[in-house]
Design a protein around this ligand. Structure first.
Ligand code: SF4
Length: 240
């Protein structure tokens, strides 16, 4: 799938989300929040559900939790535009309550279809509800900072999943904030593992798209040679 095809497929899903009345959460939403990000990224962050600011703007992870997510990404040299960010449920649960199991189930096909289109190498779950979709049978206290292969039934046919706390929890507790910075520091190396795993699976899964290898390191400029400019964003190795 080309980047343009992926972008169009994601926008088609987003249009369905914005018109969806598939569960009771549509009744009190201001705007649905389908998700956003680079259509060719290798990394997808999945939160739980929109909060008040997200509901107002129709975008994921804006407000204080979004600011912290941006800082977490910045700590490993990434920007939010480098990844795709979405949620398990696309409409705000009233009073920020936890999404009900039937609401999560009703919304699940949208996330599955987004992951089918994005075909990420790495999924990072944010919070226990997101973790529960990809790592059932454990707790966020045990699972954060750990990773495992994603069940292809999630839509991600060859991805690793890394669990993290939700940024909103990190805003409440400094120990969770410290753990979150430690967990996100693992992301680049887990992405490398995920790429290696996909390369191996490529022998089996003939249709798996190739993932761009990391570029060779640049030689330092000689004194009479100008330093190269930073590569544009779409040349970073985070994109296929
Ligand atoms: Fe539809 Fe999901 Fe919103 Fe429920 S939460 S109304 S299933 S988009």
């Amino acid at each position: 799938m080309t980047e343009a095809e992926r972008r169009a497929a994601l926008e088609a899903i987003a249009a369905e989300v914005r018109a969806c009345t598939g569960c009771r959460l549509h009744e009190r939403r201001t705007r649905a929040v389908p998700g956003e990000g680079h259509p060719s990224t290798e990394v997808v962050f999945v939160g739980e559900g929109p909060g008040m600011n997200e509901d107002r703007e129709g975008r994921p992870f804006v407000g204080r939790a979004g600011d912290l997510l941006v800082r977490l990404l910045g700590s490993i040299g990434w920007q939010r535009e480098d990844v795709f960010i979405t949620n398990v449920v696309k409409c705000r649960p009233p009073e920020n309550r936890d999404p009900e199991p039937d609401e999560v189930a009703a919304c699940a096909p949208f996330l599955r279809r987004q992951l089918e289109v994005l075909d990420p190498a790495l999924i990072v779950t944010l919070g226990r509800h997101s973790m529960g979709r990809f790592m059932p049978g454990t707790t966020i206290g045990r699972a954060h900072g750990t990773f495992r292969p994603a069940d292809p039934a999630t839509g991600a046919r060859a991805a690793l999943v890394l669990a993290m706390y939700h940024p909103a929890a990190a805003l409440r507790t400094s120990a969770v904030e410290q753990a979150s910075f430690a967990d996100i520091a693992l992301v680049p190396s887990v992405l490398d593992d995920a790429r290696a795993r996909r390369a191996q699976l490529g022998d089996v899964v003939a249709t798996l798209p190739a993932v761009a290898p990391a570029p060779a390191p640049l030689a330092p400029p000689t004194p009479d040679q100008p330093a190269p400019e930073s590569p544009p964003l779409d040349q970073l190795t985070l994109f296929r």
